[in-house]
Design a protein around this ligand. Structure first.
Ligand SMILES: Nc1nc2c(ncn2[C@@H]2O[C@H](COP(=O)(O)OP(=O)(O)OP(=O)(O)O)[C@@H](O)[C@H]2O)c(=O)[nH]1
Ligand SMILES: [Mg+2]
Length: 194
């Protein structure tokens, strides 16, 4: 049995909690609290510590998803949540270009925690004013070898596709590193020591 830990991160209001709720087979453990500051009152509540969900891919593979808080004042949780991750997803709010700079910063911070594979998911692609994938790649300066994927976090197939693309990247990396089942990749890749 293989377990893979993935982190879902990204700016405030990008849809991280929604992403995990859509796909998790268990009731998501969420830490949402009512938003108090006026500036951020685009919605009722925000994640203050984490979201946690689980997906059984098949009898040999279980994914554990950890969602981060988006607000900067809760960013002390980021490093804790990244412990032992095998890959991460940076969720972008495709309709709010004013958050792209923050998204880029978050991407850099998570890359600094561990040299794991990651993908960028351009969320809210169902909205008419969503930026398209190619423009987002340029705006966020995402290198060619990194996947930028369209995403609608409310749609199960869309979320599944993003998770599978990250999973493929993780498996490719394990392959390239010559890691096999017997070597327990979940621990040997932790913090890039594998
Ligand atoms: N139209 C549309 N709305 C979305 C989508 N994903 C999320 N939302 C909405 O965007 C808002 C923010 O979603 P959340 O899941 O709370 O975002 P978050 O990234 O967890 O936010 P924080 O925890 O506060 O950083 C909610 O109102 C969601 O319903 C999407 O793909 N399309
Ligand atoms: Mg949240």
């Amino acid at each position: 049995m293989q377990t893979v830990k993935m982190v879902v991160t990204g700016p405030f209001n990008a849809g991280k909690t929604q992403f995990i709720r859509t796909i998790s087979e268990i009731d998501v453990v969420s830490t949402e609290r009512k938003i108090s500051s006026d500036a951020e009152r685009v919605k009722e509540s925000t994640t203050v510590a984490m979201d946690f969900g689980r997906i059984t891919v098949d009898q040999d593979l279980i994914l554990y998803l950890f969602g981060t808080p988006g607000q900067k004042r809760f960013d002390f949780m980021w490093e804790i949540l990244s412990e032992g991750m095998l890959g991460f997803i940076v969720l972008i709010d495709s309709v709010r270009p004013e958050t792209f700079r923050e998204a880029r910063r978050i991407l850099e911070v998570f890359r600094g925690y561990a040299p794991t594979p990651y993908v960028v998911a351009a969320n809210k692609q169902d909205l008419t004013d969503a930026w398209d994938i190619d423009d987002l790649r340029i705006a966020l300066k995402i290198p060619e070898q990194v996947k930028v994927l369209p995403c609608v976090a409310t749609g199960k197939e869309s979320v599944k596709n993003v998770l599978l693309e990250l999973l493929y990247s993780i498996l490719e990396e394990m392959d390239a590193a010559g890691i096999t089942d017997e070597m327990e990749p979940a621990t040997s890749l932790t913090n890039g020591e594998g």
